[in-house]
Design a protein around this ligand. Sequence first.
Ligand code: XIL
Length: 302
Amino acid sequence: ATTLGAAAQQSGRYFGTAVAAGRMGDSTYMGILNREFDMVTAENEMKMDATEPSQGRFTYGNADRIVNHARSRGMRVRGHALAWHSQQPGWMQNMSGSALRNAMLNHVTQVATYYRGKIYAWDVVNEAFADGSSGARRDSNLQRTGNDWIEAAFRAARAADPGAKLCYNDYNTDDWSHAKTQAVYRMVQDFKARGVPIDCVGLQSHFNAQSPVPSNYQTTLQNFANLGVDVQITELDIEGSGSAQASNYDRVTRACLAVSRCTGITVWGIRDSDSWRAYGTPLLFDNNGNKKPAYTSVLNAL
Ligand code: XIL
């Protein structure tokens, strides 16, 4: 195979990228997107602030541009994200209690219903656990509505779109020994035991010198998969350059391929200049759209 998507398909997997609606007029960007990828995540356009800018008024223009482009080219879509403490619309940020709980559930229901049948997997809840060694939930307005807010969101999403895989997505959950990883694992284990609908765990996998690819990354993927969920690498980027960066991308790709329920990899942007990480050159294509050594290492590993 000569493209990332086709190479991933050889083992029944996908290879995706984050897409920003504002870049869709850039022909270099679109050329790479259409050539290389078979899964798409909206980088910001399906988040709560974008889709419900004022309470009860839903706007899907930019999200639809991405979804419609992807579907017209035979690419699938990961929905990102239905409930999150960050990028909430202003009206939601200061809400609390049952008013917030109901607003969150209504948001999940409305957005998942609007896209029913068009989404391969939804990040139903994003980043709900705290960093550090506590293993606790992250404090947020949503968490303060009650510890069961996550399962309530998953149940609402299942009711709205029974065909979409429902994922919990987070970062710093790559190292198996990390308290945050263990805490997410226990939540998924509990959801499976109690029949809360969950189908997948997304590992964002933003790596840099402070947070490198852990040596036990494959173990983490396998341990989540052993709970009976798919695992996906959902926002991959690895700061660096040259052969060191290529070797890290190789390791991540091989870890996914070694775990049968690791169903796909998504990178968080196309060219380095498209990345949210301004200075880290963390992606597979350089600013001119040329393939980097990291690209070749991923293609060869797939
Ligand atoms: C980032 C986007 O890339 C930026 O454009 C935006 O300003 C902030 O959000 N975890 C996530 C993603 O789940 O939604 C974030 O995306 C990166 C970290």
